[in-house]
Design a protein around this ligand. Structure first.
Ligand code: NAD
Length: 349
């Protein structure tokens, strides 16, 4: 598939294709927009059904990072990378080091970190060949796994949405359907369970579902049914494009608030949700906890206060986005986009 005519191409600045024969690495690094600063965003390791699917994903994900970093108030541009293949089959320390060399060749234009299929240990291997990596386990400003911070942001944002939609304080008794019990999904369930929510969970990994049933008293739901289950909140915490013209008419929830990047297949899906009266908390606004967690490490500053301050800002952002959307009777997606565009325009080219 071509790049410049790709439907997901949105004036991306650079798209790098990486190959390393000895390790079998095939990766794509996309830098969408650097008006606010050097690009930063995670690395996804996924067994894409085709190269086209990987290209589409990296274009969409890097665009999402531009919006996310802008709304979160970070001086970082939007970038993302994907490694093509089944991580369980091909991931090796040598392959991750080869990926790190590719990041290093960009000279700091892009900083990588964890995403789906990549963990802190993998980033430690990446660090052996590049300085432009964050989410590390050790080191001066190491921030470790970003997912607990992401999950906290999702929990707080979801609580804001519940307060607005149900005019109630707290999440006790709310039925929350969680799709994906990985790094973020699991931490989110821990918060929700602690707050007295009733969980309905699904994952393609049956062992994770079984564990959630045991630990949280969750109700198991087959992966194919999670988008039609009746609940108060749907929390997508797996992959993107789950909200689309096919799935939205069948949703039986009042709120969508989750961690997954690029939940909307198309921006028009925000209006489809709005027309159905479903309150959608924009993914790139609510799931910024992870990039906030690594941003202090990238900037080389003391992490704890850096993160705490930006997480407070994230919570305020969500409150403002939801309030303005209610006042203007539009999807919160449009308000969050406006927040992002305002900052990007002010930065200029
Ligand atoms: P992860 O790989 O740890 O977890 C993903 C989980 O989803 C896995 O358990 C997987 O088995 C499951 N899954 C995949 N397809 C599924 C399906 N069809 N139905 C049900 N479950 C399915 O990834 P993660 O780090 O938890 O990230 C989850 C999502 O949140 C991703 O979209 C990621 O880009 C986004 N995100 C993550 C962070 C972070 O801090 N890790 C930050 C921002 C956004």
């Amino acid at each position: 598939m071509s790049i410049f005519d790709n439907p997901h191409f949105d004036a991306h600045e650079t798209v790098n294709f990486v190959h390393d024969a000895p390790t079998g690495l095939r990766a794509i690094i996309a830098i969408h927009d650097t008006r606010l600063g050097p690009a930063a965003g995670g690395c996804r390791f996924w067994d894409y059904e085709s190269e086209d699917a990987a290209i589409a994903d990296v274009l969409r994900l890097s665009h999402g990072m531009t919006c996310k970093n802008a709304v979160a108030g970070l001086d970082l541009g939007g970038g993302k990378s994907v490694i093509i293949g089944d991580p369980r089959a091909i991931k090796t320390p040598a392959l991750m080091r080869a990926f790190g060399r590719a990041v290093e060749r960009l000279g700091g234009a892009y900083t990588t970190a964890e995403d789906v299929g990549v963990d802190v240990q993998d980033m430690e291997h990446v660090r052996e060949t590049t300085r432009h990596v964050a989410g590390l386990a050790r080191g001066a400003h190491a921030s470790g796994d970003p997912s607990p911070t992401t999950a906290k942001g999702i929990f707080d944002g979801m609580s804001r949405a519940v307060a607005q939609r149900f005019k109630r304080d707290g999440i006790t008794g709310m039925r929350v359907a969680v799709q994906g019990l990985g790094h973020v999904g699991w931490h989110l369930c821990t918060h929700l369970h602690g707050a007295g929510a009733r969980l309905i969970v699904s994952d393609i990994d049956a062992a994770r579902v079984e564990r959630a049933v045991m630990e949280f008293g969750a109700t198991a739901c087959p992966p194919k049914d999670i988008l039609t289950v009746e609940a108060d909140v749907f929390a997508p915490c797996a992959l993107g494009a789950v909200l689309n013209a096919r799935s939205i008419p069948a949703l039986r929830v009042a709120i969508v608030a989750g961690a997954a990047n690029n939940q909307l297949e198309d921006f028009a899906d925000a209006d489809r949700l709005h027309a159905r009266g479903i309150l959608y908390v924009p993914d790139f606004a609510i799931n910024a906890g992870g990039i906030i967690s690594v941003s202090g490490e990238i900037a080389g500053v003391d992490n704890v206060e850096w993160i705490a301050e930006r997480m407070r800002q994230l919570d305020e952002n969500i409150a403002e986005i939801l309030a303005e959307a209610e006042a203007e009777r539009v999807s919160p997606h449009h308000i969050a986009m406006r927040f992002a565009e305002r900052r990007l325009d002010a930065a200029g080219r």
